[in-house]
Design a protein around this ligand. Structure first.
Ligand code: AKG
Length: 276
């Protein structure tokens, strides 16, 4: 039997997202977490995180360093931190393992365990069931949502950052490596919001200018009451349509909420924007 049923497909098409339980076993989740813990143990703290803010010039360098580190991370494994985890000398003021917001964006290419999950028969089955003929992996991330400090992710549509022509070609797979609950910052969605296009699009600015990116359009203000919380059990996956509006709250609880997430694009008759 297919891992994804016809009802799941229908729910995904209607709401723009669907939760599928049991993509990974508890043991597979623990192995991915264990591997990430080793990666973080050995990470090099990026230079711009060590820069002090003693002058305006330093501050500018830090901001530019940050932006450049982010925008060139598509084919690398890089580390992005929560706010306030370094002192003014760039030393950690919280335990290293609790400092990272996310790691991205090419775990699927370089880390065998992550590669295996990304290309697993169940994931291939999902792509097939949804009718993708030439699926390609765009990027991958490990998101920690650290206990007590994991920041909120404001309402957005993934196609703002992963823009294609036509739209409707990108899907996120968001795999809970531990239970994601309303308390520790699960995702919230506006069902059906994938049907109204995108409200803003991120673009690269001309080479040699700063900032490196800008937005065309603006994120709308959404009615808070329209968001539906979407808890997921450890090992479950949420399929996220590229245009569905979603967000996650701060994690004020004592439990972390680790996830592995990646994006798939249908490449056939699709133009991937060079501005992404
Ligand atoms: C995304 O990857 O598009 C998300 O919105 C992730 C948010 C989260 O994991 O809290």
């Amino acid at each position: 039997m297919d891992f994804m049923t016809d009802q799941d497909v229908q729910k995904y098409r209607e709401d723009g997202y669907v939760v599928l339980d049991g993509l990974l076993t508890a043991q597979e989740c623990d192995e991915l977490r264990q591997r990430m813990s080793e990666i973080v143990d050995r990470m090099d703290v990026p230079e711009h995180c060590r820069t002090t803010f003693s002058t305006y010039h330093d501050e500018q360098l830090k901001t530019q360093g940050n932006a450049d580190y982010f925008i060139t991370s598509g084919d690398k494994i890089r580390f992005f931190f929560e706010k306030g985890v370094f002192d003014d000398k760039g030393e950690f003021i919280v335990p290293k393992q609790r400092s990272v917001n996310k790691v991205g964006h090419a775990l699927h290419a370089y880390e065998p365990l992550y590669k295996k999950v990304t290309h697993s028969p169940n994931v291939q089955g999902i792509a097939k069931k949804l009718g993708l003929s030439t699926p390609v992996i765009l990027q991958s991330m490990y998101i920690f949502k650290q206990p007590g400090i994991g920041g909120e992710v404001t309402p957005h549509q993934d196609a703002t950052f992963l823009y294609t022509e036509p739209l409707g070609r990108v899907m996120g797979l968001w795999i809970a490596l531990e239970d994601a609950t309303v308390n520790n910052g699960c995702l919230w969605f506006i069902p059906g919001s994938q049907n109204s296009g995108i409200s803003r699009r991120m673009v690269r600015t001309p080479e040699g200018t700063f900032p490196l990116t800008d937005f065309i359009g603006r994120e709308q203000t959404y009615d808070e009451e329209k968001f539906v919380p979407t808890p997921v059990k450890k090992g479950g996956v949420v399929l996220i349509h590229g245009e569905v509006v979603h967000r996650s709250a701060e994690n004020m609880s004592e439990d972390s909420r680790h996830v592995y997430t990646f994006h798939i694009m249908e490449a056939q008759e699709t133009r991937w924007s060079p501005d992404n």
